[in-house]
Write a protein that binds this ligand. Structure first.
Ligand code: MV4
Length: 445
């Protein structure tokens, strides 16, 4: 087992990793930018190294600074968390070249899933259902027109180097195709330095349901059930839950089996997530694979009673996964508490938290790095806490969440708490009958 892990991240996920390391008797090294010198991850780690200026490019994304911190502290592994360098194949490679274990998949696995056309091809070969489309890169407007005619409008154009909704364009009829293809290519080139674009049939009003997976270096993979992440705004998830209110035992079996096939196709090592679109007929289609721990991993931890960070560390240290699939034993819902103003287009609201009271009690978990007096820096993601409610039934989990939200006091900055309070009382949310379009029509009072 590792003796010392450097956490190449900040905020709640850095704390989350430190907590598990402490339980496992592993020493920790925090890295921090000058903007984060008063952060809890710095205080809770056994050692801390400043790696640069506030801008991410000069600190949390600066591979040379992070490697230097790992070498001077003698860390034998690096946990990347999510975001920043978590899905950077070059960083994973550099770690390996320095004899430091990257806690995650190999650079090859990251690359195989980072290019979306390659990923889709791999899935087709493995027998995982994908959205109908043209296959490879679009080479010309003529080719695009002919594929669109074949699969039928509406279609969606996606950047092969994209993901998470960046650079996507929906096209409703042929007259709009050429302009959208040009725009998609220009946007992709600017955002990803790769103008490769592909086409798919646009699945209308889908649900976003993802399957948590874990695989080891001996070729065994298993699934840890689903999370429903349909409550999103502009591709930012706000609420995640497990089990999905749309799930059936039969669908879970099928999606779980498909997710395991996806892992086996690349001999996946580590924890990961297979994202699917699910249509109203419960047809499901592979979208992308996330080769990292995700923000919403806690929902899975609560419903299967299983520490996913511990699992990640054990897999990286060469242990085997159990090889059995885990089914939800509880219902869990996570609300992302962001320092944003839900009444003003979710504009970021950085600044000092003057008053803080965190909820507690039965069925409540709060993963957060903030405290009273903490100053939320403007440089990073605005998520300041994850509030997770767990109960025997979905209805009880919603009631627990409502109760916990009503206890939560955060003053000094605007937060998404009022949004979540109203969501938990919304009929359509309560019924579980919602899709990824839900938040387009949800109106805050
Ligand atoms: C789609 C789609 C409909 N049809 N692909 C958005 C994130 C990225 N992973 C892919 N996304 C979508 N791909 C086809 N063929 C609709 C979306 C989509 C979406 C997916 C999940 C959650 C929220 C969403 C919001 C808008 C669009």
């Amino acid at each position: 087992m590792f003796k010392k892990i450097l956490i190449a991240n900040r905020g709640e996920i850095a704390l989350r990793v430190i907590r598990t390391c402490r339980e496992m008797g592993i020493k920790t090294v925090a890295v921090y930018s000058t903007a984060d010198k008063d952060s809890l991850h710095v205080k809770f780690a056994d050692e801390a190294v400043c790696i640069g200026k506030p801008a991410s490019a000069e600190s949390y994304l600066n591979m040379a600074h992070i490697m230097a911190a790992a070498e001077i502290t003698n860390a034998d592994a690096i946990h990347p968390g999510y975001g920043f360098l978590a899905e950077n194949a070059k960083f994973a490679k550099i770690c390996g070249d320095h004899g430091i274990k990257f806690i995650g998949p190999t650079p090859e696995m990251i690359d195989a899933m980072g290019d979306k056309i390659t990923a889709k091809d791999t899935m087709i070969k493995a027998g995982v259902p994908v959205v109908p489309g043209g296959g490879g890169l679009l080479q010309s407007i003529e080719e695009a027109k002919s594929i669109a005619k074949e699969i039928g409008y509406p279609v969606i154009l996606k950047a092969t180097a994209g993901g998470g909704g960046k650079g996507m364009r929906i096209v409703w009829e042929e007259s709009e195709l050429e302009r959208n293809l040009d725009m998609a290519k220009t946007e992709a080139a600017a955002a990803f330095k790769n103008d490769g674009v592909y086409m798919e049939k646009f699945v209308e009003e889908p649900r976003h349901i993802e399957i948590q997976v874990a695989g080891d270096q001996y070729g065994t993979a298993c699934h840890l059930s689903e999370r429903d992440c349909s409550i999103q705004r502009r591709h930012q998830k706000l609420v995640e839950e497990s089990p999905s209110p749309f799930m059936t035992d039969e669908l879970r079996d099928k999606m779980g089996a498909a997710a395991i096939k996806a892992c086996n196709a690349i001999n996946y090592e580590g924890v990961g997530t297979i994202e699917f679109l699910v249509d109203k007929h419960r047809n499901f289609y592979f979208m992308e694979m996330n080769t990292r721990i995700q923000v919403e991993h806690c929902v899975t931890e609560e419903v299967i009673n299983y520490d996913l960070i511990k699992e990640q560390i054990k897999i990286a240290a060469g242990e085997k996964v159990s090889g059995k699939n885990y089914l939800p034993q509880m219902c869990a819902i996570e609300c992302r508490i962001n320092a944003e103003d839900p009444y003003n287009d979710f504009r970021p609201s950085p600044g000092k938290i003057t008053v803080l009271h965190t909820p507690g009690g039965h069925g409540v978990r709060v993963d957060s790095h903030v405290y009273a007096g903490y100053v939320i820096p403007p440089y990073y993601d605005s998520m300041i806490a994850k509030l997770i409610a767990v109960a025997q039934t979905r209805k009880e989990a919603i009631d627990t969440m409502s109760r916990a939200l009503s206890e939560y006091v955060i003053e000094g900055v605007k937060t998404t708490i009022p949004f979540h309070q109203q969501l938990m009382r919304d009929e359509n949310f309560i019924s579980g009958n919602f899709t990824t379009k839900f938040l387009e029509t949800f109106k805050l009072k």
